[in-house]
Structures are given as C-alpha cells and as structure tokens.
Design a protein around this ligand. Structure first.
Ligand SMILES: [Zn+2]
Length: 117
C-alpha cells in the first residue's frame, strides 16, 4: 500500500506565502518600471539610460524569482518515529502523518515529530 498521509497544510504559512508573493511581484514590478522609464527617458541618443536602465530591468525580473524560490522551499524533516523508531521523511508543510511502519498518527511541529494523542 502506498504511503498514507493525512497531509494538512498550515493555514498561517499559506497567508505568509501569499503576502510574500504579492510583495515580491510588486518589488519586481517597481524595479522593472523604473528601469523602463530610465532607459526610455535618458536613453535617447546616449547609453546612460541603458547603463542604468538595463540592470534595473534585469533586477526587476530576477529579484521576484529569488524571493519566490525562498518562499516555496520547504524544509525536509528526517526524524525517527517517536513510537517505533523507523525513519520518517516529510516536510515542515505537513501537520500530521501516519507512520508507515506502526500506523501511529504523528504530529509535526517545528521540525519535530510527536505522537498524536
Ligand atoms: Zn512508527
């Protein structure tokens, strides 16, 4: 039988991710527009606008990607089962799971495994 998990995602984490997501999009957009304005207004006939504008354009595209990569990276947990000692692999996005070896329901809290009541 396949691994049976009662995988619930923390509601607080979803809110933080949504907030960080829109913030990184907004920051990227501001940089991108600033870069676009600078390269269009100062760029006429000179390379000054391109020198300042292009890095801003690139930053506007790259920074949100970096921030988002950080947001969606979940910490992997590899801990022994508190009931039977079998190694359990899960992520910190999991709230509760069932041990494959002993079928005990395990709660996941701050990277540690606790037997459910
Ligand atoms: Zn177990």
């Amino acid at each position: 039988m396949a691994e049976e998990t009662t995988g619930k995602v923390k509601s607080g984490k979803t809110f933080d991710s949504a907030y960080g997501f829109s913030f990184s999009i907004a920051a990227g957009l501001v940089l991108f527009i600033a870069g676009l304005v600078i390269s269009l207004t100062l760029g006429e006939g000179t390379s000054i606008g391109l020198i300042f504008g292009i890095p801003l354009l690139v930053a506007g595209l790259v920074i949100p990607l970096f921030m988002m990569r950080d947001l969606f990276r979940t910490k992997e947990i590899k801990e022994p089962c508190p009931n039977c000692g079998a190694t359990i692999r899960t992520s910190d996005a999991t709230l509760q799971l069932r041990c494959e070896s002993c079928q005990q329901v395990i709660n996941v809290r701050e990277g540690k495994l606790f037997p459910a009541e």
